[in-house]
Design a protein. Structure first.
Length: 136
């Protein structure tokens, strides 16, 4: 039986533009964890739109991230998250004691074709599956 009184863990994915890696990670986590984990993503300099190749790569696996929009990183989003994962882009995140921070060193899919984005997507999927096993 699931304990519905326990607060659900929350994860924040951060990359500069919040258009590729962090959006794919958030899409995978929503898909794998359902409503068991609260999912956020943001960027220090959000792009105007999600990387269409990232959308295509996720769509190949049946995960639709077309409705997502890049969002600006706020101190409040970091404070409200249990786990903060940066995407190897050197983002300076506000630091709060007691939070779990990870940096996933991933190639940037910006400007890449689908053949270059698939391996990035697949590495993110592997990391998300590990994260879900740790959190739920």
């Amino acid at each position: 039986m699931i304990d519905t009184t326990a607060p659900k863990p929350s994860v924040l994915f951060v990359c500069v533009h919040n258009a590729g890696r962090s959006q794919m990670a958030a899409g995978f986590l929503r898909d794998r964890a359902g409503d068991r984990i609260e999912v956020r993503s943001a960027g220090s300099m959000p792009a105007d739109q999600i990387n269409p190749v990232a959308v295509e790569a996720m769509g190949e696996l049946g995960i639709d991230i077309t409705a997502e929009q890049p969002k600006v990183l706020t101190t409040e989003a970091v404070q409200a998250s249990d786990v903060v994962i940066t995407m190897g882009c050197g983002d300076a995140c506000p630091f709060f004691p007691g939070k779990r921070y990870e940096d996933w060193k991933l190639d940037d899919p910006a400007g890449q074709g689908i053949d270059a984005v698939r391996p990035i997507r697949d590495e993110i999927r592997t990391r998300i599956e590990q994260l879900v096993s740790e959190l739920v």
